[in-house]
Design a protein around this ligand. Structure first.
Ligand SMILES: [Zn+2]
Length: 269
């Protein structure tokens, strides 16, 4: 069979193959040989790539309906393309009349089960960045998805584009859950994520719960909680940065900040 000029041929005899895109199994029209194609084979299909260019273009223009039309088009070949699936989930959650708030969470569960291809990461990144505020509850899911994809440079781009923005806008330190701390550590260990580390370091002074805000170090319990649940974990993340030069630089800045914090904490006791 042929789709948009791309012919699928039999690995055994070279004749044309008919593919069931749902099962990814191709059956040769000539010799009957059956073969299972990988997800990546369909994700890197020219028509799929072309459709996804439009998916991203219209998504960024906030023409979500048209973006979804191209997503459905891409999914006729790449049935479980995660970038296309995200657009459908986004429409379900925020655009369709019968909004379903669970669809984004369901998307991330599926993204976790499916190891996301590098072809899917790039369009996903562009779309995530254009609707970041809608995804602020899903920072952990996003990092997990990028890490499972296992492409270091993509993880770096994802984390370092997404997390600093969110960190700077967090209303308190509750966002730094043990799971998120673990994910930051894993990202830092893989590719340093300097912008994310910088944002964390900055937050020691700027987060609205920080005792630097209004100089509230005298609120002992609150200050101690901030120290234990934020200042120390940030240090752990920075200590694990993979690039030694960056790590040394960040560690220096961190130790100064921590020392200053401890001094102020003591002065109030
Ligand atoms: Zn054949």
């Amino acid at each position: 069979m042929e789709i948009e000029g791309v012919r699928f041929s039999c690995p055994n005899c070279g004749a044309s193959v008919t593919i069931d895109f749902k099962t990814r199994v191709g059956t040769c029209d000539s010799c009957g040989y059956t073969t299972e194609f990988k997800r990546n084979f369909f994700n890197s299909n020219d028509k799929v790539i072309n459709d996804l260019t439009n998916v991203v273009k219209y998504f960024k223009e906030k023409n979500y309906k048209l973006s979804a039309r191209f997503a459905e088009e891409a999914m006729t070949i790449a049935v479980d393309n995660m970038a296309a699936a995200f657009v459908l989930a986004y429409n379900e959650a925020f655009i369709d009349e019968a909004r379903n708030s669970k669809s984004i969470a369901r998307f991330f569960v599926k993204a976790k089960e499916t190891s996301v291809d590098i072809e899917e990461l790039e369009p996903l990144k562009k779309m995530f960045l254009s609707c970041m505020t809608d995804l602020d509850d899903h920072e952990e899911d996003i990092l997990e998805m990028a890490i499972n994809g296992n492409h270091a440079s993509e993880i770096l781009e994802f984390t370092d584009a997404f997390s600093p923005y969110l960190i700077a806008r967090r209303a308190n330190i509750d966002f730094l859950t043990p799971r998120l701390k673990e994910l930051y550590k894993r990202c830092a260990a893989k590719c340093s994520v300097p912008k994310t580390c910088y944002a964390l370091l900055n937050s020691i002074k700027t987060n609205s719960e920080s005792p630097y805000n209004g100089n509230t170090f005298f609120l002992r319990t609150k200050t101690e909680r901030f120290y234990n649940d934020f200042v120390l974990p940030v240090g752990e993340i920075i200590n694990g940065m993979s690039n030694p030069t960056l790590r040394a630089k960040f560690k220096n800045a961190y130790e100064r900040q921590r020392g200053d914090f401890e001094k102020k904490m003591k002065e109030e006791n």
